[in-house]
Design a protein around this ligand. Structure first.
Ligand SMILES: Cc1cc2nc3c(=O)[nH]c(=O)nc-3n(C[C@H](O)[C@H](O)[C@H](O)COP(=O)(O)OP(=O)(O)OC[C@H]3O[C@@H](n4cnc5c(N)ncnc54)[C@H](O)[C@@H]3O)c2cc1C
Ligand code: SF4
Ligand code: SF4
Ligand code: SF4
Length: 386
């Protein structure tokens, strides 16, 4: 078995194989949706098998040193200003600040040129700003794992945050000997949308407005934590909000293939701490009822307990349990949309605007469906009054 002959569903794009290859024989190549897959240069490969050994993606991922069951909390930052800058309740910020104050470094997802999503290393609280907020696109990890290893070899503490498959791949790549310095935070993960569709969408918005975007938010908290609208900011404070990307994301037209068979959608976490949105938090308390955000925190190991205890002075927290925190992404992978393959064919042949009209909210189909929904609801209301 070679890593470049795996089926698409069997590779999450974590880059562990590329990073481990001692002969530089693997490069990550993008498919039509912009998802990266390993590609082996036969003239450099010596068949040592390291790339296959390091690959963690599958049912048997390692949970070394992790607890059988997590300790569960609903969490929120005490500092309201910082809370509003975080996607959920700000659990990641509290954990990351602690790590930086202890002299460590933090890795997480940020924007590079033209709002491409990549992982980055930060060493100060000011730099941490870039990592905050969910970027609902798969981040590019090329070159990142070897940097993490260099930090660990230099004796630095490292906090790495990312999707569960990224965390799992990194832990495998780093190996047992260096793992003492590595602290990991993963996300409850719905799946990662296509980087190529995202890039085309940003182009589309800039073309239509005739302006360059200065900043973007995938889920702007200005509309409230529970709402989901993407916003684009331009010069002179002009702001545009849309739901096109959200619709294509949640309909599951453009998630990575591996997300539909993801082995990490359960409470058997591979990280030290898991963070997410605590949907359904009202089951345990009404305390955070202002739509400013509540984090779900799962503490999964002794190291996770150490991190969480250090951060606790910055947080309001309410203990919960594995039953009340369950959301679909902690039970099953996201299902494929029945039109996913036709979406991809149309995208490849006709481009972003076509699929956004046909499958998203830009065309007559979406408006017709909305109208139909309104008529059906109105008729139901009328019927209930008769
Ligand atoms: C693709 C994706 C899908 C998600 N799906 C769910 C879900 O179904 N249910 C749920 O409860 N929560 C989900 N989350 C997590 C949630 O949106 C918040 O990111 C999480 O609760 C952290 O919020 P915070 O306030 O603690 O952190 P913030 O301060 O907002 O920090 C954001 C954190 O997310 C990381 N991050 C952001 N974008 C990416 C990315 N593209 N790849 C890897 N890491 C990234 C950053 O490195 C940082 O650690 C998802 C996040 C992403 C990126
Ligand atoms: S899952 Fe990661 S290690 Fe495995 S083949 Fe894909 S990129 Fe390589
Ligand atoms: S088998 Fe060894 S040399 Fe060949 S690509 Fe994999 S890690 Fe590199
Ligand atoms: S759903 Fe699974 S495979 Fe997809 S990005 Fe999340 S952890 Fe990785």
């Amino acid at each position: 078995m070679r890593v470049d002959t795996k089926g698409k569903e069997e590779c999450c794009g974590c880059t562990a194989c590329e990073s481990v290859c001692p002969h530089g024989a693997i490069s990550m190549k993008a498919d039509s949706l912009g998802f990266l897959y390993p590609c082996i240069d036969d003239s450099k490969c010596v068949d040592c098998g390291l790339c296959v050994k390091v690959c963690q993606f599958g049912k048997e991922y390692s949970r070394e040193e992790k607890w059988a069951e997590p300790a569960v909390y609903a969490v929120r930052l005490k500092d309201e200003e910082q809370l509003c800058r975080s996607q959920s309740g700000g659990a990641f910020y509290a954990l990351a600040v602690q790590m930086l104050e202890r002299g460590g470094v933090v890795y997480g997802a940020c924007f590079a040129e033209h709002f491409r999503v990549v992982h980055k290393r930060v060493g100060t609280v000011a730099e941490l700003e870039e990592l905050r907020g969910s970027k609902y696109v798969q981040s590019d990890l090329r070159g990142v794992f070897p940097r993490v290893k260099d930090d660990l070899r230099a004796g630095r503490k490292v906090l790495f945050s990312g999707t569960p498959c990224q965390v799992s791949g990194l832990q495998s790549y780093v190996g047992r000997r260096l793992r003492a310095g590595l602290y990991t935070v993963d996300l409850v993960c719905h799946g990662v949308p296509s980087p190529a569709v995202w890039a085309d969408y940003v182009d589309y918005v800039e073309r239509k407005t005739g302006e360059k975007c200065e900043s973007v938010k995938f889920r702007d908290k200005a509309f409230g934590w529970a709402s989901h609208r993407e916003t684009f900011c331009f010069a002179k404070g002009r702001k545009l909000d849309r739901i096109t990307f959200r619709i294509l994301f949640y309909a599951h037209y453009m998630l990575r293939d591996s997300c539909h068979v993801c082995p990490y959608t359960n409470l058997k976490r591979c990280s030290d701490v898991t963070v997410g949105d605590f949907w359904g938090w009202t089951k345990i308390s009404r305390e955070f009822g202002d739509n400013k955000g509540v984090s779900l925190v799962l503490v999964n190991s002794d190291r996770g307990r150490e991190m969480f205890d250090e951060a606790q002075s910055e947080l309001y927290l309410i203990p919960s349990n594995p039953t009340d925190c369950l959301q679909p992404q902690l039970q099953n992978p996201s299902g494929r949309h029945r039109l996913r393959e036709s979406f991809i064919r149309d995208y490849e042949a006709r481009g972003f605007e076509y699929v956004a009209r046909r499958y998203g909210d830009l065309g007559w189909r979406y408006r017709a469906a909305l109208l139909k929904g309104r008529i059906v609801n109105a008729l139901r209301r009328l019927k209930s009054k008769i």
